[in-house]
Design a protein around this ligand. Structure first.
Ligand code: CTP
Length: 399
């Protein structure tokens, strides 16, 4: 199965102090499965070395039009790029791009290239606010170039103000979004992710191994495709992306309240969280001491949030659940789809290597109430997130 989107990124780095942060951007993009090639301007190399980018991306970083005899390097790079980003992008580079100059490798490559282009400006406030720079930004925006930042903050020379480069995670999200269709534009999507922790006493809890990666992949994908996403996130160490509302919760009860409060305003709910099914009936208010002996833990069921949503749903809402099964995956999943009144259910195979909690891939089928199931196969979490969003887009229709 082909990758759902292109993933070849050209990372242009120009000469500003924020160039050191471009190394982190290269790392983030590579970690997200992107195939990154860096091109540095001569002045960028005064701040960072090209070897840093070669090492981080696994591809030789380029600095000159003249170092690769026998090939037209700017044409090759331009033709093998799905999305280009320049970070940091100096005032000089903004001006050159607006004019169509091609006097070095980066400008020549970008002139030949005709895909999505993201610029992350970084410069002093006066340079950013200058009429000529703003006119260049307007020209480039009208040609479809996307700008991320700059933001207010500390600048070189001890000054503070607008002109600081956006954080690498934010730039990575805009790059990610530039590769995707805007087919969820305006859809209000509520996603849950991660485990829940059910307290035994103030220091102990019952939890599970969910990392939250699956729900987070769906939240990122839906955001990139234009949805307004609210992520209700259980306790996990992973950092949610900046471009969405995040509600942090600990227990199944807290997750239920957060979801029920926002349910009426949602067009789509994806319950990817691994909500604990049971919790201690009477959690201790103070820490249990071991001298008191082995405790009797009496458990009780947690509220089934998804089942409650299935009962309360109104026409026009789309409800997606997840299930983890060891046996008869499709049959058990189909029964859950019906009993919880869902539109779709991602039925995961668990209990084998390379699938389920904490793993990078899932062996899963997507069961759909209208019968147009997506057959069982191995998916990366990003691919599965994209398939779930395809389904949601089919339901929400052209916007
Ligand atoms: N879910 C929920 N509230 C719970 C438990 C689960 O909303 N208290 C949601 C999960 O987010 C997931 C789906 O329900 O989308 C999982 O369904 P469930 O029937 O709990 O599956 P399993 O945990 O696999 O249950 P079982 O042991 O009954 O197979």
């Amino acid at each position: 199965m082909p990758e759902p989107y292109g993933r070849r990124v050209l990372l242009g780095v120009t000469g500003g102090i924020a160039a050191y942060k471009a190394a982190l951007l290269a790392r983030l993009l590579s970690d997200a499965g992107m195939d990154v090639t860096a091109v540095l301007t001569a002045s960028a190399t005064r701040f960072v070395g090209s070897d840093t980018f070669s090492a981080l991306t696994g591809h030789r970083a380029h600095v000159s039009l003249w170092n690769t005899p026998g090939e037209i390097i700017h044409v090759r790079l331009a033709h093998q790029t799905d999305v280009a980003v320049v970070a940091p992008c100096t005032a000089n580079m903004v001006a050159k791009l607006a004019l169509g100059l091609a006097d070095d490798l980066l400008t020549s490559t970008l002139l030949e290239y005709d895909g999505p282009l993201v610029l992350a400006p970084a410069m002093h406030s006066g340079m950013w606010g200058a009429d000529v720079t703003q006119a260049n930004v307007t020209t480039l925006s009208s040609r479809g170039v996307r700008f991320v930042g700059p933001v207010d903050g500390p600048l070189a020379h001890g000054d503070t103000g607008p002109g600081r480069m956006s954080e690498p995670a934010e730039i990575a999200d805009v790059v990610f979004a530039a590769l995707r269709p805007r087919d969820l534009d305006g859809a209000r999507v509520l996603v849950t992710a991660g485990p829940t922790h059910e307290p035994i006493d103030p220091v102990r809890f019952i939890g599970n191994r969910s990392s939250g990666k699956m729900g987070l992949a769906i939240a990122r994908e839906a955001t990139a495709r234009g949805a307004a996403v609210t992520l209700v996130l259980g306790p996990t160490t992973i950092a949610p992306p900046p471009a969405m509302e995040v509600v942090h919760v600990e227990t199944a009860d807290e997750m239920r309240s957060a979801v029920i409060d926002r349910f009426a305003a949602a067009d789509v709910v994806v319950m990817a969280a691994a909500v604990a099914d049971f919790r201690p009936k009477a959690p201790h208010e103070s820490k249990m001491k071991k001298e008191a002996g082995i405790p009797d833990l009496m458990l009780e069921p947690t509220p089934d949030i998804l089942a409650e949503l299935g009962e309360r749903r109104r026409a026009g809402q789309f409800l997606v659940g997840f299930a983890a099964e060891t046996d008869d995956v499709e049959e058990a999943g189909r029964a859950k789809l019906r009993s919880k009144h869902l539109d779709a259910l991602v039925a995961n195979t668990v209990g084998r290597d390379g699938t389920g909690f904490g793993s990078e891939t899932n062996q899963a089928t997507i069961l759909v109430a209208d019968g147009r199931d997506v057959p069982m196969r191995a998916w990366s979490k990003a691919e599965l997130a994209s398939a779930v969003c395809d389904l949601v887009a089919r339901f929400t229709g052209p916007r």
